[in-house]
Design a protein around this ligand. Structure first.
Ligand SMILES: Cc1cc2nc3c(=O)[nH]c(=O)nc-3n(C[C@H](O)[C@H](O)[C@H](O)COP(=O)(O)O)c2cc1C
Length: 155
């Protein structure tokens, strides 16, 4: 079983969580890789079509974990556009997590995860579980450990 953590991260928060998840999965003896979604231009206002300098291929993975920041109360446009460009997710297990600034429920985390869910469905996949990490939340560490524990349990 091959696990791919596919992450877009502009300021390293999401990537740092992805690395912790990668280490935890690897410690369990699982085959896991992180791949970064890298656009030519990562300015928040950049309009599609977005050109990627690194556009990870999901096809080698049995389990795919998508990770992205929340931008403007939504999924970061870069990740939304990447998800439109990927190949089929049929038969793969899929998870997602997003990071955002504020702990409040109305700052876009649920919407961003819903957007990932819809984009994954278009590619014939189903998101089994999705998670939110709020960077300014006192419980951030608990949120990170919680998502790592849940994914470890699930795979
Ligand atoms: C353009 C932009 C828009 C953002 N919009 C939101 C938002 O709507 N809600 C929120 O909670 N955080 C928002 N943030 C904060 C990021 O989601 C948060 O810092 C995230 O952890 C950054 O992830 P990264 O370091 O992996 O890029 C925004 C950040 C940027 C750069």
């Amino acid at each position: 079983m091959k696990i791919g953590i596919i992450v877009f991260s502009k300021t390293n928060n999401t990537f740092s969580v992805a690395k912790r998840l990668r280490d935890a999965l690897a410690d369990k003896g699982l085959e896991v890789e992180i791949e970064q979604v890298i656009p030519e231009d990562d300015a928040p206002g950049v309009k599609p079509p977005i050109v990627f300098t690194n556009k990870p291929d999901v096809s080698p993975y049995d389990v795919v974990i998508f990770a992205s920041p929340v931008w403007a109360f939504s999924l970061a446009g870069v990740m939304a556009e990447y998800l439109e460009q990927i190949s089929s997710l049929q038969g793969k297990r899929v998870f997602s997590f997003v990071t955002k600034q504020l702990a409040s429920k109305i700052t876009g985390g649920n919407k961003a995860n819903r957007q990932i869910k819809s984009a994954v469905a278009v590619k014939d996949g189903t998101v089994e579980k999705s998670f939110i990490v709020s960077w300014k939340n006192k419980k951030r560490e608990q949120e990170i450990e919680g998502l790592i524990a849940e994914i470890l349990k699930a795979v």
